[in-house]
Design a binder for this molecule. Structure first.
Ligand SMILES: [Zn+2]
Length: 189
C-alpha cells in the first residue's frame, strides 16, 4: 500500500501543505517510537520473548519511518518535491526487509531452532567447570530455556562426577538466567 501510494505521487505529484507540522510530527514520532523500541527489545531479551523483541523491532521501524518523513519534508523545503514520494518508496523497501527478519526469527522459534550465541554461551559456561564437552543442546519452551549436556570426566569418583555436573549446571544457569532446567550427564573417560 505504501509503495503504491508513493508511486502514485511520483506519477501524479501533489503539493504538500503544513510542512512544518509534517516535520515536527516526524521528529516526535521518531523519539516516541525509539523509546518504546528500546524498552520492548530490552524486556523481550530479558524474558526471552521473541514476540516482544519483534514488536520492539517493529516500533524501531516505525521510528525510522518517521525520521525518513522528516528527511522527505526537508527535501521538499529545499525545493525538491519528489523527495516525499521517494522517501515513501524507501520506507516500503525497509518494511519488506524488516518483515523478512521478523519472519525468520519468529519462524526459527516455531521450528524449535536456537540462537547460536546462546549455545556458545552455554558451552562457555560449561568450560568453566569441565574441559571435555560432548554435546550441548538448548530448547525454548515458551520464554524459558531447557537444556542438556554430555560432559567427560576423567578418573574421578561417582560423587566427584556428580559434584562437577552440579557445578556445571550452576554455571550454565548463572550465564543464562533464562535456563530453567539443565540436565547434565557425565561420561567417564
Ligand atoms: Zn564465564
Amino acid at each position: 500500500m505504501a509503495a503504491w501510494q508513493a508511486i502514485d505521487r511520483i506519477i501524479n505529484p501533489q503539493p504538500i501543505s503544513y510542512l512544518g507540522w509534517v516535520i515536527a510530527g516526524g521528529v516526535i514520532g521518531f523519539l516516541g517510537n525509539e523509546a518504546v523500541a528500546i524498552f520492548r527489545i530490552r524486556v523481550g531479551r530479558k524474558i526471552g520473548s521473541a514476540a516482544l523483541v519483534a514488536d520492539g523491532v517493529h516500533a524501531r521501524t516505525d521510528g525510522f519511518t518517521s525520521l525518513a518523513v522528516v528527511i522527505g519534508g526537508i527535501g521538499v523545503l529545499l525545493g525538491f518535491p519528489l523527495a516525499d514520494p521517494i522517501v515513501g518508496l524507501l520506507i516500503s523497501a525497509m518494511i519488506v526487509v524488516l518483515l523478512i527478519g521478523t519472519v525468520r526469527s519468529v519462524g526459527r522459534r516455531r521450528m524449535d531452532g536456537i540462537e547460536t550465541e546462546l549455545l556458545a554461551t552455554a558451552e562457555h559456561a560449561l568450560e568453566h567447570e569441565v574441559t571435555g564437552i560432548d554435546q550441548v543442546r538448548l530448547r525454548w519452551i515458551g520464554h524459558r530455556l531447557h537444556g542438556e549436556a554430555v560432559i567427560r570426566v576423567h578418573d574421578v569418583s561417582r560423587a566427584e562426577a556428580n559434584r562437577i555436573a552440579a557445578a556445571a549446571e550452576d554455571s550454565v544457569k548463572r550465564h543464562l538466567p533464562s535456563v530453567d532446567d539443565m540436565a547434565i550427564r557425565t561420561l567417564a573417560k
